[in-house]
Design a protein around this ligand. Structure first.
Ligand code: ADP
Ligand code: MG
Length: 238
């Protein structure tokens, strides 16, 4: 596990600035939620931590390394997206093993890691199935399994539950939290859903228009919002 430091980070696409002087410190093992309206820059910030977007200013560190110029594969992170495309022609087992095999990991290690992920996520009955034979929640768990097998230092989630129905969303929220309590992997979780932020986060980062409005524990933001935007955003139902 590792701490993540985002320090005075800026991002511009051409002449359009979408992030301004953003700083967030994430402690080892912490579960931090980035929340804010659509378009405020959450995904861009997460993608910069992942190495999928370049940094226009400031630094991103993972552990004790500044990673601004490191490619995604060297950052020791694993990302779970909203549209977690599983390989349709591979079984659950093969989907989870694929990234490790690609890296030339020893087959015995691959098998052991896949088994551990399947145990953690209750996927053992489904290992030989194909994605089309799974429910939405099961597919989501396979997507998480693919992240877990890599034993990353940091998990990055970008609105992983947005495509699920309300009931399943509640269930998966609990599963992701339990996963975190078990593995204690440092996590950055992006959502536009206040309820998700309030129920899952150790620490919430409220963003608006490429800036941070407030950072604090869920109850802190609820009890002492820094301004009307935070009060309205955290206080209003999803
Ligand atoms: P969020 O995830 O909070 O909805 P994004 O990080 O996706 O927001 O987007 C933040 C802003 O950056 C938006 O105005 C979006 O249109 C813009 N943006 C994102 N990616 C690109 C890109 N590749 N090129 C140009 N503008 C982009
Ligand atoms: Mg987004």
């Amino acid at each position: 596990m590792a701490q993540v430091a985002i320090t005075n980070v800026a991002k511009a696409f051409g002449t359009v600035k979408v992030l301004h002087d953003v700083s967030v410190d994430i402690a080892d093992g912490q579960f931090v939620v980035l929340v804010g309206p659509s378009g405020c820059g959450k995904s861009t910030l997460l993608r910069m931590v992942a190495g999928l977007e370049s940094v226009s200013g400031g630094t991103v560190s993972i552990g004790d390394r500044v990673v601004n110029n490191l490619p995604p594969a060297k950052r020791d992170i694993a990302m779970v997206f909203q549209n977690y495309a599983l390989y349709p022609h591979k079984t659950v087992e093969q989907n989870m093993a694929f990234a490790l095999k690609l890296r030339g990991t020893d087959p015995a290690v691959v098998a052991e890691r896949v088994k551990r992920a399947a145990d953690i996520l209750d996927l053992n009955p489904y290992l030989k199935r194909y994605p089309r034979q799974l429910s939405g929640g099961q597919r989501q768990r396979v997507a998480m399994g693919r992240a877990i097998v890599r034993n990353p230092q940091v998990f990055l989630f970008d609105e992983p539950l947005s495509n699920l129905d309300a009931k399943l969303r509640v269930q998966m929220r609990t599963e992701i939290k339990e996963l975190h309590q078990r593995l204690k992997t440092t996590t950055i979780y992006v959502t536009h859903d206040q309820i998700e932020a309030m129920t899952m986060a150790d620490k919430i980062v409220v963003m608006r228009d490429g800036r941070i409005e407030q950072i604090g524990a869920p109850l802190e933001l609820f009890d002492r919002p820094a301004n009307l935007f935070v009060a309205g955003f955290i206080g209003s139902p999803a």
